[in-house]
Design a protein around this ligand. Structure first.
Ligand code: HEC
Ligand code: HEC
Length: 410
């Protein structure tokens, strides 16, 4: 900047100052009016539009994905690049240095020009920062997984259905599919022959409130052998899931509560000569009576029953469990409460389900399914339904009438 320019600039500055407005009180006054206007606007928005709220904080909800407000997202994202052990560098030191530089900027950069074209370094640095902030924010938005919608209490019917599934999965192995209790057999972590009382009896329903049920499931009764299920106590169920189980128990077993029509998912019974399918029949029976034990992480000879493929292909005895057309399939034999022995005469599989007979109607279902070659979809089963009558009759004449169900209408 040469002397000539400096002089001219100074004159210009003085002239501008002469005819300009004063900071105090003129500018301050204008600022006051504008900020008061904004204040009224905010009060109005808060009063009439309200604030969008997230659901109430739930310490048991492990699915919640916590994220800062959008204007802090870049810092949050930045932190991901810093190893956990020196997290403080990312949370305090680097942002601190950034703020410090901003504070010191007027002292560091003494470039007198106002025109941005003449402030290359400043503009370049600021652009980099802005691009960095935008980039990190965008990256944070992209990498944030979708917040899973946790069943925000649907209708009673939805809760009952959801609760039924959860009950079958988590509880039926010990309390039995209808809550009737009795001897526990074949469940890891609890002694064979342990007795549990019925949790679906009138007595139970009239003496236990929903809250009591909730707490028992949440905390367990560990001295008696009932594990805790609440996430807060080392279990795997969310609050809403425990609530669904309680709703299921109440509406299904308490005669005072009327269960909504659309909450009743019966297992369709079979007409004469009708072939069941995995889709419509077997999957539901398996879910209610087998899956609580036949899923990963349970003692079950590695036999999983949660999908069509699993039923047909898993298990230590996968080649013998389900054989098309063969009533000697282990799945049928064990349902008839016979054990399977190995060559040395040692029992390798006990009766299934271990503690109690499956209803004759469902054993019949499994038999017809195996005889027909395990159709997966309802269409496949319908296609097999008529002709299979004769085939099945020829192949295994004994199977039909003996185990058939009494009450199925044609
Ligand atoms: C590993 C076996 C086991 C599992 C799985 C299990 N419980 Fe229990 N439960 C027990 C035992 C043992 C008791 C205490 C003995 C008794 O009440 O007869 C018990 C007690 C209870 C009671 C209290 C009965 C009373 O009135 O005193 C309720 C209610 C109950 N369980 C519900 C459930 C529900 C719902 C689930 C599934 C989320 C479940 N249990 C899973 C073994 C189990
Ligand atoms: C209370 C837990 C429990 C329930 C419920 C249960 N099982 Fe099992 N199942 C077992 C265990 C444990 C084994 C391992 C063999 C044994 O200990 O008898 C097993 C093994 C089997 C096997 C042999 C698998 C292999 O490859 O060796 C078949 C088939 C079977 N179960 C069918 C069923 C069917 C069908 C149902 C439902 C109607 C059912 N089970 C319900 C616990 C259970």
């Amino acid at each position: 900047m040469n002397e000539e320019f400096k002089k001219k600039y100074h004159e210009k500055y003085l002239a501008a100052k002469q005819k300009g407005v004063k900071f105090w009180p003129d500018i301050i006054y204008k600022d006051l009016i504008v900020s008061f206007g904004l204040f009224l606007l905010l009060v109005g928005l808060a009063a009439f539009l309200g604030v969008a709220q997230e659901p109430k904080a739930d310490p048991n909800d492990a699915n919640y994905i916590p994220r800062p407000e959008w204007y802090f997202l870049f810092l949050f994202e930045f932190l991901k690049f810093i190893p956990g052990a020196i997290e403080w560098v990312g949370t305090a030191v680097i942002p601190g240095i950034g703020v410090l530089i901003l504070l010191l900027l007027p002292f560091i950069d003494k470039n007198p020009y106002r025109n941005w074209k003449k402030r290359k370094i400043g503009v370049a640095v600021m652009s980099l920062i802005v691009i960095g902030i935008i980039g990190l924010t965008v990256r944070a938005v992209i990498t944030t997984p979708e917040q899973e919608e946790v069943a925000l209490a649907g209708s009673i019917a939805e809760q009952v259905i959801q609760g039924q599934d959860l009950y079958s999965f988590w509880c039926a192995e010990c309390h039995q599919p209808e809550g009737e209790g009795g001897e526990i057999i074949g469940v890891e972590g609890i002694e064979d022959g342990t007795l549990v009382k019925s949790i679906s009896s009138i007595d139970e329903m009239w003496t236990r409130t929903d809250e009591t049920f909730y707490n028992i499931i949440d905390l367990g009764q560990q001295d008696l052998g009932m594990p805790p299920y609440g996430l807060g106590y080392g279990g795997e169920l969310q609050r809403s899931e425990i609530e669904d189980i309680v709703t299921f128990m109440r509406y299904t077993w308490d005669e005072r509560a009327e269960i909504p029509e659309d909450a009743i998912i019966g297992i369709p019974s079979l007409a004469e000569g009708e072939v069941p399918s995995y889709e419509v029949h077997i999957s539901i029976v398996a879910k209610r009576y087998c899956v609580s034990c036949h899923r990963p992480g349970k003692e079950n000879n590695e036999y999983l029953m949660q999908t069509y493929e699993e039923i047909l292909t898993t298990g230590d005895n996968a080649d013998k469990n389900v054989i098309a057309g063969d009533l000697e399939s282990y799945i049928i034999v064990t349902l008839h409460r016979e054990s399977i022995f190995d060559a040395s005469g040692e029992e390798i599989i006990g009766p299934m389900p271990p503690s109690k007979d499956l209803k004759a109607e469902y054993i019949d279902m499994f038999e017809r399914w195996v005889l027909a070659g395990m159709p997966e979809t309802a269409d496949e089963a319908t296609a097999l339904s008529e002709p299979i009558m004769e085939d099945a009759g020829d192949a295994a004449p004994a199977s039909e009438p003996e185990t058939g169900t009494e009450a199925t209408p044609p």
